[in-house]
Design a protein around this ligand. Structure first.
Ligand SMILES: [Zn+2]
Length: 156
């Protein structure tokens, strides 16, 4: 867990730096094209404002992805350089506090999940499977074979 002790914050801001194991983040991924098995690195500063916590800093996570077009495995780096999280300590939206501690894990999880690619691609213009693996083109598939020819040109 990524805990902030409120008592430590009374005097001054605190710096949190380290790693969160993938098991703790537990993204609940169903997508086989994306796996998050590497730890997330965080480097955060937490300040106590009036009735709220302000968390700022960076989050970094490397995903192991499989390209949806060519099925190649590749790593995708997610970097949130200026992540900011405002956590109220009072009111309806207030965060839960256990033994003077606030767990930042759910907020980190939520925001880094938003950065996950919906359809991972090894590169933006990935041409998909190689020609040899393409479905056989009969007379009806002229458009498809023309597309493959275009892709071959691009590779030159
Ligand atoms: Zn690809």
């Amino acid at each position: 867990m990524l805990l902030v002790n409120l008592r430590h914050l009374e005097a001054r801001e605190i710096r949190l730096e380290g790693e969160l194991a993938a098991a703790e983040l537990d993204f609940g991924l169903r997508d086989e094209m994306i796996r998050a098995e590497q730890p997330l690195r965080y480097d955060l500063t937490v300040e106590k404002m009036h009735d709220a916590l302000l968390v700022t800093g960076s989050l970094r996570l490397i995903l192991d992805c499989q390209c949806v077009r060519c099925l190649k495995s590749f790593e995708q780096r997610l970097i949130l350089e200026d992540w900011t999280c405002h956590l109220p300590l009072a009111g309806e939206e207030k965060v839960s506090v256990n033994n003077d501690c606030v767990d930042l894990t759910p907020f980190v999880r939520e925001d880094i999940l938003l950065e996950f690619p919906p359809h991972p691609l090894c590169k933006r213009d990935c041409g998909g499977l190689k020609k040899g693996q393409a479905p056989k083109t009969g007379g009806k598939d002229i458009a498809a074979s023309a597309a493959w020819a275009e892709l071959d040109k691009l590779k030159l």
